[in-house]
Structures are given as C-alpha cells and as structure tokens.
Write a new protein. Structure first.
Length: 344
C-alpha cells in the first residue's frame, strides 16, 4: 500500500481521482486539500463517496502533511504545483501534476501562453510528459509527471501512428475538437451555465489556444520535427467528453491504415481501435480510462480522417494520472482503471 495526497480535492478532476482511487488495491488517500471546504468530510460533500473515505476530511494544503505521502496529485489551477513541487520532491515525495505547469519544455513559451512567469523552471528538465503511449519507460523512472491536457491526449493519440510512419504532410494537420463543459472546471463561470451552454455550441480560442503549443510539442516528438497544426476547440452541450476530428493530407500511398492503427496500439490497454468504418461516440468512453479511435480515408483520396474520443476527466485527466502512478510504482497499469464505460 502507498499513501497519496490530492491537492485540489473539491474540483472535477480531484473528485474523479477519489472515485477511481476508491477501487485501487494499492493506494490509500492520506490527505486531500481544499481551502474552501477545510474540515468537511469527503462523504458529506460528495454523497457518491459515502462509505469509501470514512474519516477523511478536507484539510488546508500543508506541505508537511503532503510530504508524508509517497505521491501527491495536483488537481489545481496553473501555478499551484510550481510553488510546492520542488519541496515535495526534495522530501522524496513523487509528484503527478494534472495542470499544465510542467507540460511545456520551454519556460518562456509557458510564460507566453499562461500569462505569468514560469514558477519552477529548474524542474522542467526532469519533468516527464505523462502520455504512456509515447513515454512509458521514462514514466516508470520519473519523480515528476506532467499529465497531458484533455484535448492534447485525444489529438496526439489519434495522430501518432500517421506521424510516426511519416505518412501525412506534417506542415498541415487539422484538429477540430469538441469538449463537454466539465473541461472548464467546477468554478462558477457564465459560459458553463445551463442557460448558456445547453442547446448551443460554439468555437473558442480559434486564434490560438494554450493547448496549441502542447499538442505541437508532442506531435513534433512523434514526427521527429516541427508540425504545423490548426487546432480549434468547441464547447458542446454535454457534461463529459472530448471528440476530436483530425485531418491529415497523405503524402504517400499509405497501405492498410486500419492495420497501421491496430498494430501501433495492439499492446495499449487504454486505446481501442474500432473496426473499419466506425464512428466512436463520446458516451462509449464516459467514465472509462479509454481512447477510442477510428481511421477513415474518404473516397480513397489523399485525406485521412481520424476520429478520437475520450472522457476529459478520465483518460483526459484523472484516469491518465492514475495510469502514470501505476507505472511509477510498478503496479499493474490497469489497477483502479478496469471499469468499462458507463454508457453503451
Ligand atoms: N476539467 C478537465 O476536464 C481537465 C482539467 N485539467 C486540469 O486539471 C486541473 C484541475 O482542473 P479541475 O478539476 O477542472 O479544476 P476545478 O476548478 O474544478 O478545481 C480546482 C481545485 O483546485 C483548488 N484550488 C484552487 N486554487 C488553489 C490554490 N491556489 N491552492 C490550492 N488549491 C487550489 C480548488 O479548491 P479550493 O479552492 O477549495 O482550494 C479546487 O479543488 C487544472 O489545472 C485543469 O486545467 C486537465 C485536464 C482535463
Ligand atoms: C471546455 C474548456 O474550457 N476546456 C478547457 C481545457 C481543459 C483543460 O482542463 O485543459 P488543461 O488541463 O490544459 O487546463 C479550456 O479550453 O481551457
């Protein structure tokens, strides 16, 4: 058994960590923080968790208490992990950060996109980007994990086989993405109100979203050089889910694309390549740590279309964070993550 802490336990990704870890055979949640709900018991705030965390109450983010844990998850806004990660690592506690604090390798680029100076540039060299399908061996040895963002997870998994094989024009890749409203966090915001977000759909960040440099960095690693990406996110009237429609222009005769995808992900426990001709739905991954993919080549022309769906809170955040924990501590990679999706 290891002891873990969660900083930011009252947000959507924090409570999703609690839900997943409740079934984890190797993990005990030792500390869960909230500045607004200090002293409140977990089961009193979240009735779905009654009976699972008896005796565990939210406490202030206290470095001493967190440092007594083997690993600490940060499910907090950007900048919070910058302030605490170094101290925890110095005391031997491993850090799994769900925010974007350590995702970009370049501190100046991070400062540009996040509108504040990078708070811990000295840690960037050792941070490992926590996409197991690309960096599994490095994750096993890491002390500090930057869990990928939700859009970046869906987009990178869908494009990896094509870029690794050099089959598409890396200068012109398009990612047209849709997200449910939990992607915006639990804090009250006007665009997330029922009256604003239901029965409507809108694009945002079309001129440049902070996930653009993160996705470009990851796709560049897969392609072995710079990737030109157009990325447009949309807010859709669903609670959970990301749907990414990805377009690439074939530069060579690709052979059997279905076989390419099936082979690339054959050993991946959390990527499901659907049968040829499929159109995966977000509801088929709701609650599951899973990315479902389908690859199409319309009219046998020079465009390849990949459809990629995840649950933003699971494979897009908390599930992927637990998958990283499992790798770092040598547990079964599926521990705590084997439940199927909630919907057909
Ligand atoms: N929602 C999603 O789909 C995804 C989110 N992420 C990332 O994960 C992180 C958490 O997201 P999400 O759960 O949606 O966010 P929420 O806004 O729902 O929750 C944020 C949590 O952080 C705590 N918090 C806020 N400020 C501080 C602070 N200064 N110090 C300590 N704790 C703080 C809050 O609790 P309190 O104020 O009580 O302390 C709350 O528990 C973010 O960085 C987000 O970008 C990544 C992928 C997907
Ligand atoms: C719908 C919505 O607002 N989504 C968020 C991204 C989701 C997310 O949490 O990404 P990070 O982990 O990088 O913060 C957004 O577009 O800012």
């Amino acid at each position: 058994m290891i002891k873990v802490g969660i900083v930011g336990g009252t947000g959507y990704t924090g409570v999703e960590l609690l839900r997943l870890l409740a079934q984890h055979p190797e993990v005990e949640v030792e500390a869960i923080t909230s500045r607004s709900e200090e002293g409140i018991r977990v089961g009193d705030m979240y009735p779905n968790l009654r009976g699972h965390y008896d005796g565990l109450a939210f406490s202030a983010p206290d470095a001493e208490r967190l440092a007594a844990c083997d690993a600490v998850f940060f499910a907090t806004p950007h900048g919070v992990a910058h302030a605490l990660a170094g101290e925890l690592l110095d005391k031997g506690t491993r850090v799994i950060d769900l925010s974007a604090d350590f995702r970009l390798r370049d501190a100046a680029e991070w400062a540009h996109w996040y509108g504040q100076p990078h708070g811990a540039p000295a840690l960037l060299d050792e941070a490992v980007y926590g996409l197991p399908e690309m960096h599994r061996e490095r994750i096993r040895k890491a002390r500090l994990i930057a869990v990928p963002g939700c859009y970046p997870t869906a987009v990178q998994l869908g494009l990896l086989p094509l870029l690794e094989a050099g089959l598409i024009d890396a200068d012109r890749v398009i990612a047209d993405c849709k997200s449910g409203v939990t992607g915006a966090g639990r804090g009250a915001k006007v665009p997330s109100l029922l009256a604003e977000a239901s029965e409507s759909m809108k694009a945002y960040g079309a001129g440049g979203h902070r996930h653009l440099p993160e996705i470009r960095q990851g796709l560049g690693d897969a392609a072995g050089g710079p990737v030109g990406l157009t990325f447009v996110p949309h807010l859709t009237p669903m609670i959970r889910g990301i749907h990414a429609t990805l377009y690439g222009r074939l530069t060579t005769e690709p052979g059997d694309l279905q076989a390419l995808f099936e082979t690339r992900f054959a050993d991946e426990p959390f990527v499901d390549v659907m049968p040829a001709g499929s159109h995966p739905e977000t509801r088929s991954v709701k609650g599951a740590n899973l990315c479902r993919l389908a690859v199409h080549r319309p009219g046998d022309g020079d465009t390849v279309v990949v459809l990629s769906v995840i649950d933003n809170l699971v494979k897009g955040a908390s599930g992927q964070a637990v998958q990283n924990l499992n790798l770092m501590f040598g547990f079964d990679e599926r521990a705590g993550l084997s439940a199927p999706a909630l919907m057909p």
